[in-house]
Ligand binder design. Sequence first.
Ligand code: UT7
Length: 356
Amino acid sequence: MKRQREIRGSTIVGTGMYVPERVLTNLDFEKMVDTSDEWILERTGIRERRIAAPHQASSDLALHASERALAMAGITADDVDQIVIATTTPDRFLPSCACTLQQKLGASRAAAYDVFAACTGFVYGLGIARGVIGARIADTVLVVGVETLSRIVDYTDRNTCVLFGDGAGAAVVRPCDPDVGVLSVSMHSDGALGEVLVIPAGGSARPASVETVQAREHAIQMQGKKLFPFAVRSMEDSLRESLAEAGLGASDLDLVVPHQANLRIIDAVRERLDLPQEKMLINIERYGNTSSASIPILLDEAVNAGRLKLGDIVGLSAFGGGATWGSCVMRWTMARKGAPASTASVSGAAAAVPQS
Ligand code: UT7
């Protein structure tokens, strides 16, 4: 009888991030729209955000983050089987941002495609990576969250322009023992909430025209007040769902890496989960809301700061346009900053051991 192949898990073995050099502060916005440093800081927690240089497209930001993630994982571009890019701001609609990154990275063997799930995109990407690795379709998946939101923000609309920033984060995902690494992923959508966060023109429903450009319909329009309670509820619910699927509860969490949309949203989620402040990672004051890039940027900063220990229970949680939301729970497998997970072991289980 043919031997049943064991189930295999997946885990992050390298992370990387990149943000552009140019900084736009709250004081800069005071000169652009009717706002104040005080309002922005108090209502959002943001002090400054990064803005891509004119020559930089999303794939350029993604390239830097990806190279760093591959280096940390101790692999080359040639080892990558799949590239999944989560973005709402691809370089162009065709080819995909992932195909452009593939070419720039020299990952010639990889299948490359974009995922369009707004701020939840990186969590979706991890879910996809877990699926293709578990099904043995791929061994090495590069998951990237990248945005150049400055290209789709209306800098005359104070309701949105102060919120968003540019950046990229990446993670290399590899097979591992099923008891460690990514333990669970929840992915949800509700198209009925689509109009709350929208770019009205530029797609097949309303192609670009002189009128759409003049009416600023290629920029983000958001009903922030409606999104706020949904954000808090969906992040809490999906994280609890992922924890339950992993047989865990909120008190088991060592660290949460939440999407950085608003400090008040993050605080409300933390309070509902009854977590101490130090377990909730925050960097919104420096980068603003970088949508799909916010979680992998924060994760890479945590790895490099030595915040994640072998065996830690880590929760990721996001919500965004679509509406989309989702969470991921991991048992961390990287022994120390920069160490490939293949050298690590958690609770006696070999972590990230290729099982092809
Ligand atoms: O990543 C996913 C997408 N984004 C989000 O999830 C965002 C979720 N929502 C939020 O973070 C918050 O709702 C915002 C930060 C967008 C807004 O905060 P808020 O406390 O909900 O403010 P508000 O929309 O209720 O507006 C309060 C007032 C309004 O003035 P009036 O009508 O009371 O006179 C706004 O016009 O604040 C005004 N306002 C501003 N004032 C100064 C809105 N934006 C600004 C601004 N500067 N930049």
